[in-house]
Design a protein. Structure first.
Length: 414
């Protein structure tokens, strides 16, 4: 299920998605890159990709099995079935967890439900009918699937239902033993488990030096990516209902990743925290891997939205670029816009600002319901054509910038 479909699914059920939905693809993309590097050491890379494609296209297990065979990969039917089923289980768990989190105000409790038959593992039977609050630590370890071909599910309950059935007290909680062939799974904790997978590989006493060095490099880069994601997410302000509505509209209409819409939306709102983060990483990105990663996420988010909602106007007119129009600009100055920068008409603003030759170099925010103005592209150089007491005329240029501008901040001389 893609992100647009997830939104439609939630809307039809009147589910309000949690803030995490709008950044979860950041983790997914980072983890996919790490998994891809790990898989380069094994044939499983191809197998996982084929499983994902088969599921997305509505293919069957036999379709998937045939595609694996065509790649010349020899794996048992049992192994292939586990890979295929696990992909389906995890995809379902993501969607189910999002729905439950979005609906937790009215249904704040979860009940573990195991299939009761001869094939059910004793450890899973022991968890059956346990009821705990959705935010309880219990679910961090026991949210299904809990192992290969786990058939367990989780049901959401209202507080009244949970009280009537009986909330499981602390002293009756079961500590599920860890099976070396199973795993603990939680929809929003993939990073932790991915790191553990790498550490387990490094603990192998028979690992060779070359593979160990490659794994150490993969782990180092994975930790940097995880830290970069956290910095971006921490810089985003909480979403209210009206902001979620705007984001949902953008994601559905433009068919973009939620995090790309979320990051770009923050710049369109002139958010101070994200602009400050952008300023910090711009200074350090050439010599700091984490800063470079953060900047790449910001740039890719802007480019993603620009490709779907670019302004087709040659001339943009407004009167507000926050932190820009109070400076003593002179004719001939070349200003380098360094971060996505909001440009619009605002009440009680200063001089009229006109920017020429701008077709394709800004996001037309009017294409997103609830927004207006334009979001200027980073790495955009503007030359001052004319300055009067009432207006400033700028023109896009290829000339080298002599002063640099960061949204909401200062113009710096180069």
């Amino acid at each position: 299920m893609d992100y647009s479909s997830s939104l439609e699914y939630a809307r039809n059920r009147k589910v309000v998605l949690p803030d995490e939905f709008y950044t979860m693809d950041l983790h997914a993309r980072s983890n996919a890159a790490t998994i891809s590097r790990l898989a380069s050491l094994e044939q499983i890379k191809t197998v996982l990709n084929l499983a994902t494609k088969s599921i997305e296209s509505g293919g069957t297990f036999n379709d998937f099995k045939k595609q694996v065979e065509e790649q010349g990969i020899e794996l048992s039917d049992h192994h292939l079935a586990n890979v295929y089923r696990t992909n389906i289980q995890n995809a379902y768990a993501y969607g189910r967890w999002l729905e439950q989190q979005g609906n937790k105000e009215s249904r704040p409790y979860l009940r573990y439900s195991a299939i009761i038959d001869s094939r059910t593992r004793p450890t899973h039977l022991a968890l059956n009918d346990i009821i705990r609050h959705i935010d309880d630590e219990f679910w961090n370890k026991h949210y299904p699937p809990n192992g290969f071909q786990c058939r367990c599910t989780v049901e959401s309950l209202t507080e009244k239902m949970a009280d009537r059935i009986g909330i499981t007290p602390d002293d009756q909680l079961v500590d599920l033993p860890q099976n070396k062939y199973d795993w603990d799974y939680h929809p929003f904790k993939q990073n932790t488990y991915l790191n553990e997978v790498i550490d387990q590989k490094l603990d192998d006493p028979f690992i060779n030096h070359t593979e160990a060095q490659e794994l150490l490099k993969i782990r180092e880069d994975a930790v940097i990516e995880q830290s970069a994601n956290k910095s971006v997410i921490d810089a985003l302000k909480p979403l209210d209902a009206s902001n979620k509505k705007i984001l949902d509209e953008a994601i559905s209409k433009l068919d973009v990743n939620p995090s790309d819409a979320r990051i770009t939306f923050e710049f369109a709102q002139n958010d101070e925290s994200l602009s400050e983060l952008a300023k910090e990483v711009l200074i350090r990105k050439t010599h700091d891997k984490k800063s470079n990663s953060i900047w790449n996420k910001i740039s890719k988010a802007f480019d993603s939205i620009l490709s779907k909602a670019k302004s087709l106007k040659n001339k943009l007119t407004g009167n507000s670029i926050k932190g820009f129009d109070s400076f003593n600009l002179q004719k001939g100055n070349v200003i380098g816009i360094q971060t996505p920068t909001l440009f619009k008409t605002a009440e009680s603003a200063g001089k009229t600002i006109t920017i020429l030759d701008m077709k394709g170099h800004a996001i037309d925010l009017s294409k997103i319901q609830g927004l207006d103005g334009a979001l200027l592209a980073p790495d955009l150089n503007l030359q001052v054509v004319d300055v009067t007491s009432e207006s400033i005329i700028l023109k896009r240029t290829e000339e080298k910038a002599t002063r640099l501008f960061i949204a909401r901040n200062t113009i710096y001389s180069v």
